[in-house]
Design a protein around this ligand. Sequence first.
Ligand SMILES: Nc1ncnc2c1ncn2[C@@H]1O[C@H](COP(=O)(O)OP(=O)(O)O)[C@@H](O)[C@H]1O
Ligand SMILES: [Mg+2]
Length: 494
Amino acid sequence: MSWQDSRPGDSVDPLVSRSVVQPVRFAGPVVKTPAVFVIVVWVWRLIAGVVGAVVLHPVATGLLAVVVAVGVVVDPWWLSLVGAGLVPVVLVVWWWLWRASFLRLAGWRLLALWRRFWVYRRHWQPVMVVAGLAEFYQDRQYLPRLGRVRCTPHVDRVSVRMLKGTSPQAWEKRVLALAHGFDAPSCRVVVDGPRRLVVEFPRGDSLSGVIPALPVPEAVDLAALPMGRAEDGSWWRMRLHGTHILVAGVTGAGKGSVIWSAIRAMLPAIRAGVAEVWAVDPKRMELSLGRRLFARYADTAETAVGLLEDAVVQMQERAGRYAGKVRKHTPTTDDPFVAVVVDEVAFLTAYHPDRDVRRRAENALATLTSQGRAVGFSVLAALQDPRKEVMNLRNLFPDKIALRLDEPSQVDMILGEGARERGGNAHLISADPAMGAGVGFVRLETSPYPLRVRASFVTDSDITRMETDYGRGSSLRSLPAESGADDLFGGDAA
Ligand SMILES: Nc1ncnc2c1ncn2[C@@H]1O[C@H](COP(=O)(O)OP(=O)(O)O)[C@@H](O)[C@H]1O
Ligand SMILES: [Mg+2]
């Protein structure tokens, strides 16, 4: 018999409570903490807070200490406050007259102080909790510790001490949440030691403006060609000698500006004859403008394959001469550095209708990329679609650049597994050429974290001028043209 069919007079003992269902909660026994413990804890926290403030902000706390000390010594104590009021005036004058030294010694620190308090401290708890980086254990909430904030001209570097038992991967997965949480355009997580992270937040997008072509360097460093700027405000320099580079990006991503920035950075070496560019231009759009800068130029499939195979022959000849004698190539006029630049490489290796052409191109590129590094042959190739079926030579390129890509999965194909989680969001780069063309992510040898960079924009008129000043037949070029190169230059350049 259940309680529903009970008759009047029956006593119905509600075995099951019919109030709103609540989980059973066991309250812990209430233990009175002796007041002395509470006081000791408070005092301890006060001391820790003061010591922490002195360590984190030595200048600010030092200034405060000076004001208090002066207040104790001078007679009407408030004079010291008046003196303290002069500090902002001094700072403004300093900023006005000696800006560089002000920024270096005080400006960035003051900004860091302010940003730590106003942006990071204020939003720390909500962002950590909502992003899922806070932990709850036995009804208590634990937050990662916000450490020192350092400001550079473009980024905030926030030191963080992770909770015990959490991993940097947990942070890498949440870079988007962190960026939005702290009102930054992006976020990068860098491991700084056990339980220590440095989380970088750019202040505004330092790469949103077009970077005009960089000045041609006087001395060429083939291991650090000036290409453009990095997100943290530093120069983006790229190694070409001793490596091979694959540039991936959809049409209009600005692959041309990466290629041309590299060529521009090598101009004096090209003129001196210690570096050569061999150009393959299947679309005839990208490289034809600067033909006189190139030792070799090919724009049809047959000539392109021939060019690549010639490069292989020369490379192997050089390797034969070096064997057992030279371990590392040094560019000279006899043995120049050869940069084989291939635009739209998939046109040769995947899309060309002739199977023989595809096979030969692929073989030549595979040989060059696997054996060319040590003897001074490097391949710089541009590619639209990084999927494996299109480009299975991908892994032969030690260095890769991801410009704007269509799909998130393509990022990891180019920059390596996990690159997207570490902030390499190449699929989110703006499609507006003014904002996003030439913007991409690179991985430096020293770090697994992709760095956001923008190549300088070498315009058609820049290229024309480069050709005039540095191309074959230019009045400045002292060396005779390469034998075997096609005769494209009759008389002086215009
Ligand atoms: N570094 C850059 N900065 C600004 N705009 C650029 C840059 N590179 C390219 N652009 C613009 O984007 C357009 C497409 O660039 P392009 O190099 O031809 O792309 P892709 O070769 O990847 O198809 C160019 O016509 C130019 O207007
Ligand atoms: Mg192009």
